[in-house]
Design a protein around this ligand. Structure first.
Ligand code: NAD
Length: 368
């Protein structure tokens, strides 16, 4: 058994089903500590509506500093109708945006994997999605969501004008493209870079910088450029042609949501947001399921914990380089699905419905 040095995780369960699914992640962390001699240290904090209710802010400085000090942040979900009418700066989602921005998490990794056991949950034909395994790398801290100038201003004849600015620098493009190429090398060695270079200068720069990085450092990886609208179409027509897709913040937002729905199951999909590596090769990172706080089912014990558990598997892989342990956890999830255990969101004829807790326990039993 290997012994690694103490690694600190900050768990932010958040709101709604967040605490329920993160509880299962916690059980798994304890299992690794007890059975694999890993020494993960867990800290917990409030984020989102839960933090607002207690402290009047979606994330306190104390929790934020804990995030800065930890190896990885594992988030449940934030938000819910209770906090919908708060002013912008107090909204639960501000916690997320602050963490992404201040931790400089510029690369968002969203795998879209179609589990063969759940192929019927997709709206596409089984032969199109069965065995699907793609990774979308979305640039997360630049582009039109952050560009200046922005705002709504009055113009002539009583009209108003909404302004957002789409900007990218060479460095912003190169650092996220590098993440995509490095990931591809560990997968099927293929990157598709998406932009709108036909109509946008920032898209043209995107294409040129990705191409030039490829020629300089990643010639061994297959690179294709694709217009983002074509990519949206190809994701429906023949999604298995893709391995890694890299794209900007806006297109990535949409393409990654589209890709996740190819798999038909929100409760199964993890995500990772990664920052730059420092001199020691360490980086800031945050892992979270792609689903929200699901207020409609919160407190009922029926939420699917698999997306959060697979997010923790991504943390093992990308932040701690514990590939073997990550694989063991992914395999445990597969085995449980093979046996026909399902939470309510994915239950179908011939399978057995289990609670959030039972699903967590079943996955742990397979790790043994
Ligand atoms: P949602 O993802 O919370 O729920 C959409 C539907 O999927 C619901 O019917 C829900 O019951 C179901 N669902 C989601 N996760 C599930 C799981 N693990 N197991 C079983 N069923 C699951 O999206 P929404 O309803 O649009 O948003 C609800 C709240 O979550 C909003 O306040 C929104 O702002 C917030 N939100 C937060 C995040 C985040 O924290 N990253 C992301 C998206 C939405």
């Amino acid at each position: 058994m290997i012994k690694v040095k103490k690694r600190k995780f900050l768990l932010l369960p958040g709101d709604g089903i967040g605490p329920e699914v993160i509880e299962e992640v916690k059980k798994i962390i304890y299992w690794f500590n007890t059975n694999k001699s890993l020494d993960f240290e867990i800290e917990e904090g409030l984020a989102g509506g839960a933090s607002y209710d207690k402290h009047g802010t979606p994330i306190t400085d104390e929790v934020f500093y804990k995030a800065l000090e930890s190896e990885a942040v594992i988030l449940g979900a934030v938000g819910g109708p209770k906090w919908d009418n708060l002013e912008f700066s107090k909204k639960p989602e501000r916690a997320l945006l602050k963490l992404r921005k201040e931790l400089k998490l510029f690369a968002n990794l969203r795998p879209a994997i179609c589990f063969k056991q759940l192929v019927d949950a997709s709206t596409l034909k089984p032969e199109i999605v069965s065995g699907l395994d793609i990774m979308i790398v979305r640039e997360l801290t630049g582009g039109i969501y952050f560009g200046e100038p922005r705002g709504i201003k009055p113009i002539d004849n009583g009209e108003r004008k909404g302004i957002n600015t789409h900007t990218y620098t060479s460095n912003e493009i190169i650092r996220v493209a590098r993440v995509a190429f490095d990931l591809a090398k560990k997968r099927s060695n293929k990157v598709t870079s998406c932009e709108k270079s036909n109509v946008m200068e920032a898209g043209q720069l995107w294409k040129e910088e990705v191409q030039s990085l490829h020629e300089k450092e990643y010639k061994e990886v297959e690179l294709n450029h694709m217009l983002a609208d074509n990519c949206a179409m190809q994701l429906l027509r023949n999604p298995k042609q893709f391995d890694v897709i890299v794209t900007d913040n806006l297109f990535g937002d949409m393409l990654s949501d589209q890709a996740s729905m190819l798999t038909g199951s929100l409760g199964l999909l993890p995500s990772a947001s990664l920052g730059a590596k420092n001199k020691d090769g360490k980086m800031r990172s945050m892992y979270e399921p792609i689903h929200g706080s699901a207020p409609d089912i919160a407190g009922k014990g029926i939420a699917n914990p698999i997306a959060s558990i697979l997010s923790f598997a991504m943390a093992l892989k990308y932040s701690l380089n514990l590939d073997k342990e990550a694989k063991a956890l992914e395999n445990a999830v597969q085995e449980v699905l093979n046996e026909g255990l399902r939470t309510k969101d994915i239950v179908s004829k011939g399978t057995k419905e289990v609670s959030t807790t039972k699903m967590g326990d079943a996955i742990i039993s397979k790790l043994k």
